[in-house]
Design a protein around this ligand. Structure first.
Ligand code: ZN
Ligand code: MN
Length: 144
């Protein structure tokens, strides 16, 4: 069990329930950047009393505590990430898969001059397009 989770919850006097632990562990071992709905679907077999609202609240709490991160895709469902280290994403607009990008050049993007006076606190880069599998199937469809 994660001491990071235990310490963070204890410092806020939030009880560590089996359900919270299950959400945490599933997200930490996933590389799929699941939504709250996906996590709920995967957990409700084992935790029939677990509601979607609880999954949402738990994810929000974890995010506020810095235990997980939120992949903020405008106009799309929130997706969650067990990785809190600095990184960026490539997002497939067809199947919705999200690929992690660790790249110091993206971390160090210069703030454009047009942002003058804008105090930038953070940035993240999202590349959007088709993943390798989806671009292959769309090519195959076009040929047939
Ligand atoms: Zn795809
Ligand atoms: Mn990620």
């Amino acid at each position: 069990m994660s001491t990071e989770l235990k310490d963070a919850l204890r410092s806020r006097r939030i009880p560590l329930t089996h359900q919270r632990l299950a959400v945490y562990q599933l997200l930490k071992k996933s590389r799929a950047h699941p939504s709250a709905e996906t996590l709920h679907r995967q957990l409700k077999g084992r935790y029939p009393s677990l509601s979607l609202a609880t999954v949402y609240k738990t994810l929000q709490t974890f995010e506020k505590l810095g235990l997980i991160s939120l992949v903020n895709i405008p106009h799309a469902q929130a997706r969650y990430d067990g990785i809190t280290e600095r990184h960026h994403h490539a997002i497939c607009q067809s199947c919705g898969c999200i690929v992690d990008l660790f790249d110091a050049r993206l971390d160090d993007l210069p703030v454009p001059a047009a942002a003058a006076g804008f105090k930038v606190t953070s940035h993240s880069v999202h590349f959007r397009g088709l993943c390798a599998r989806c671009s292959k199937t769309s090519r195959a469809r076009r040929k047939s």
